[in-house]
Write a protein that binds this ligand. Structure first.
Ligand code: TRP
Length: 445
């Protein structure tokens, strides 16, 4: 079965990539790494973390920087506790199926959709504002960025992609590509969804704006202790003197402190602000608090960084694990589109379009509330039914099973577990379930 979401017991798959174009900073740690590492340790999820080095080539033309960044980011994840035995941790460029899939997806992506991608459009708008040629300084890699990202995601049939808000459009595009491909060639891809975590903080940088490579205001996560202290002492403040009460609102020092401290510590600092703590002392507290969390990992980081051959081995082992999935899946996809052994005929041809591709389907997923849901989609991916939350994937699976076997009886019995729909949608849903139950009957015979 190409699409593991149809199996109730399949674990939920999360996938995320990091572009290897710079050195990880405190903002990356607080906004993504810390949370992802904690999350990856849960039992019931299967996660994929990869170094998006093909993506880096779009922006960076310094080979040494790409190599260095790939090492630093890999080591950062490991030093922060990512367990490569538990997750699949790999380098994008070690998976040749990804560029191959990129081409397949290129051929099902509307050029108009790519014209609307934010990163590309921003560059075009900037050129227009300057009165330049719209495509001045735009390489085709920037234009194709969402397709490469779609291939990253669809290659491993990820259910959820944890990303920042700026990346949501890319996930929607990946979904669009998956839907279009499935419609043409049968149900091969899981439709991915963005998982946005509003709990994670965006950190202010040295100048008070969002900490970001592009503002050049970052604090490297594993800067040596003395440098960390020096950078922290350069964070902007207002000109209030010691003894004057200070505002926590809009204070970069306070915001960064809060991202590391527990609520009690944060309250203590808030009181110190009220009591007129001097900026020098506040910076010292911030330095000590960050260093307390980072120092043990920094030691680990430095040791790993000194042993690049070991990191290389870890990534190659990860690539083998990833390719155990991507190779057979790619073979299936090649067959599906007609890149085949000439001597073999597929008895499903013709039926594939008329029958398989036109089949309605169930999708199972888990929400942030930790309950398990399913949807019934028609052949075009339009939603017909939406379940309420089930406590376990088994319960959701068994509801799906009864809908497949005895649509009429199950629809009545499950009325409470389904979101209400209008009559016309219910008629479409009933028809779709009948198609599925006929399929099931013919598979048995
Ligand atoms: N575009 C992402 C970023 O700039 C990196 C990335 C590449 C990615 N491929 C991905 C993220 C697939 C999630 C899934 O941060």
């Amino acid at each position: 079965m190409a699409n593991p979401t149809d199996t109730p017991a399949a674990p939920t798959r999360y996938l995320t990539g990091i572009t290897t174009s710079g050195t990880p900073h405190l903002g990356n740690y607080v906004g993504s790494v810390r949370h992802s590492v904690r999350f990856s340790r849960q039992d019931d999820v299967q996660s994929f973390y990869f170094l998006a080095d093909f993506h880096a080539l779009i922006k960076v033309d310094e080979p040494a920087r790409i190599q260095r960044s790939t090492l630093e980011i890999a080591v950062t994840w490991l030093a922060c506790g990512l367990d490569p035995d538990k997750v699949t941790f790999y380098r994008q460029s070690d998976i040749p199926e990804i560029p191959e899939l990129t081409w397949f997806l290129t051929c099902v992506s509307g050029k108009g959709m790519l014209n609307r991608a934010h990163a590309y459009k921003a560059q075009v708008d900037k050129n227009a504002a300057r009165g330049e040629d719209p495509d001045a300084d735009v390489n085709a890699g920037l234009f194709m960025y969402p397709v490469l990202m779609g291939a990253d995601i669809l290659m491993f049939n990820a259910h959820y992609v944890p990303v920042g808000r700026d990346q949501v459009q890319h996930i929607e595009m990946a979904r669009d590509m998956a839907q279009h491909f499935n419609h043409l060639y049968g149900d091969h891809f899981t439709l991915p969804e963005a998982a946005i975590d509003d709990m994670v903080a965006t950190l202010p940088g040295l100048d008070g704006r969002k900490m970001s490579k592009s503002y050049d205001n970052t604090i490297p996560l594993f800067a040596p202790k003395a440098r960390l202290q020096k950078l922290i002492s350069s964070i902007v403040t207002d000109s209030k003197v010691p003894g004057e009460p200070k505002e926590t609102e809009g204070s970069a020092i306070f915001e960064i402190y809060r991202a590391f401290a527990d609520s009690e510590e944060t309250e203590t600092l808030r009181r110190a602000y009220d009591d007129g703590i001097g900026w020098g002392d506040a910076k010292q507290l911030l330095f000590e608090r960050i260093d307390r969390e980072i120092a043990p990992m920094r030691k680990h980081y430095e040791a790993l960084l000194a042993d690049p051959a070991r990191i290389e081995l870890i990534l190659r082992t990860g690539a083998e694990k990833a390719r155990a999935l991507s190779q057979p899946f790619m073979a299936e996809l090649r067959h599906a589109v007609g890149l085949r052994n000439l001597a073999v005929r597929d008895s499903n041809d013709g039926r594939a379009k008329a029958n398989k591709a036109a089949r309605p389907s169930f999708k199972q997923y888990r929400e942030a509330d930790n309950l398990f849901y399913f949807k019934l989609l028609d052949a075009d991916g339009k939603q017909l039914l939406q379940s309420r939350g089930f406590a376990t994937p088994q319960e959701a699976g068994s509801a799906i099973g009864s809908l497949r076997r005895q649509p009429g009886a199950a629809l009545a019995a499950l009325a409470e577990q389904l979101e209400p729909v209008d009559d016309e949608t219910m008629r479409s849903a009933t028809a779709a379930l009948e198609v599925l139950s006929a399929d099931a009957a013919s598979e048995k015979s």
